[in-house]
Design a protein around this ligand. Structure first.
Ligand SMILES: [Mg+2]
Length: 374
């Protein structure tokens, strides 16, 4: 039996082309690179799988340092000597060693490992990851790009500069008047655009309702994501009861267990799926399936992962029926996707790879030039 011989972690700085600011604050800019963790899993026969996840502690608690030590000190010893095909058993053993508390535990570290396992298995079987998940339903996926919080004029210019993209996630800042101006400026600049508002928890319910009343005539707005702080499910319910615009949960839903509570509370119309917060591809699918059975619509997103994390989400989302193009914005924001394979992205439409595993390989020269010690 071929088993896992080695698990390696590479913390790497990846630069951003432009400044990126969301409702919880600053994400990065051209002067300050983001922290990405690359995971390499090698079998005793020398087959390699790669995973990756960006650390964004201002979004969720894990730091690049915690991700490194979680994988290096706790997860790697479980993986070494194990049959890589036993993914369910591996996840069970990890959750015994690192008990998830209330919702998910260490989901970003786990997601990077889970992606690497799926890449490895895909390469061993010579099938793409989407086949491991039941097969793609779309071969090409249009992308939604995010607009960083700025003045209305600058956000309108951001939208125009992303031409021919017509689907935007408009980040807002918890300021009803200023956010209304931002949304109107973007809607006017690209009249055929469809808009997905994301407040990243920056509102209190009454002010979120105020914003939604102000923009009641803006037909382009299709959904309002995470207006209120993540644990405030009653706040989500209050907002939802006061608007016709669908309300989506993101930071307030990390797992299928979270969604089960949310379903009972009837506080959302949609859920935002992310591999990072789910702790892996199949865990993300669990949330998706539970949502579908409760008529909660599916949106897909990420946290500006580089090419490895980006394409893992593309594989997953190609198997699902999303109601809006997924917001996977690495091609718009990152300096370099850290892959030597050129991703096929034409007019903001990405092709789902059909080669083994992820279908792409990381740029090892970039990783060694930009990695740092922890
Ligand atoms: Mg979000």
């Amino acid at each position: 039996m071929e088993t896992i011989r080695q698990v390696e972690v590479f913390p790497v700085k990846v630069g951003l082309k432009t400044s990126f600011k969301i409702g919880t604050g600053f994400v990065g800019d051209a002067a300050s690179a983001g922290d990405h963790l690359f995971v390499k899993i090698t079998t005793d026969e020398g087959v390699v799988g790669w995973g990756e996840q960006r650390a964004l502690p201002s979004w969720s608690y894990e730091t690049i340092a915690s991700m490194v030590t979680t994988i290096r000190d706790y997860i790697a010893p479980i993986l070494v000597g194990t049959d890589p095909f036993q993914v369910n058993q591996i996840h069970h053993q990890i959750s015994q060693a690192l008990k998830p508390a209330v919702s998910n535990g260490h989901p970003f570290a786990l997601a990077a490992v889970d992606i690497a396992l799926h890449d490895l298995i895909g390469r061993m079987l010579n099938v793409p990851i989407h086949v491991l998940l039941g097969g793609k339903r779309q071969s090409k996926i249009p992308l939604c790009y995010a607009l960083s919080i700025d003045t209305p004029v600058v956000m309108a210019l951001q939208a125009q500069a992303l031409d021919p993209c017509r689907h935007f996630k408009v980040k807002v800042a918890g300021e009803p008047g200023a956010d209304e101006a931002r949304l109107r400026a973007v809607a006017e600049a690209v009249p055929e655009a469809q808009l997905w508002i994301d407040a990243n928890q920056s509102y209190i319910p009454s002010q979120a309702i105020d914003l939604l009343r102000r923009i009641v005539d803006l037909q382009q707005v299709k959904v309002f994501e995470q207006p209120v702080p993540s644990p405030d499910w009653f706040g989500l319910k209050r907002v939802r009861e006061n608007t016709h615009i669908p309300i989506a949960v993101d930071e307030g839903c990390f797992s299928s267990y979270d969604l089960a509570k949310i379903v009972q509370l009837e506080c959302v119309d949609a859920v935002v799926l992310k591999v990072c917060k789910s702790g892996g591809l199949r865990q993300c699918l669990k949330t998706a399936h539970l949502a579908e059975a409760h008529s909660i619509e599916l949106f897909g997103s990420g946290l500006t992962e580089a090419g490895i994390g980006f394409i893992a989400s593309v594989h997953l989302f190609s198997t699902l029926d999303l109601v809006f193009p997924p917001e996977l914005n690495a091609p718009a924001f990152l300096d370099h996707l850290v892959t030597t394979t050129s991703l096929t992205i034409d007019q903001t439409v990405v092709e789902v790879p059909d080669t083994a595993g992820l279908g792409i390989k990381p740029d090892l020269d970039y990783i060694s030039a930009h990695s740092f010690q922890l």
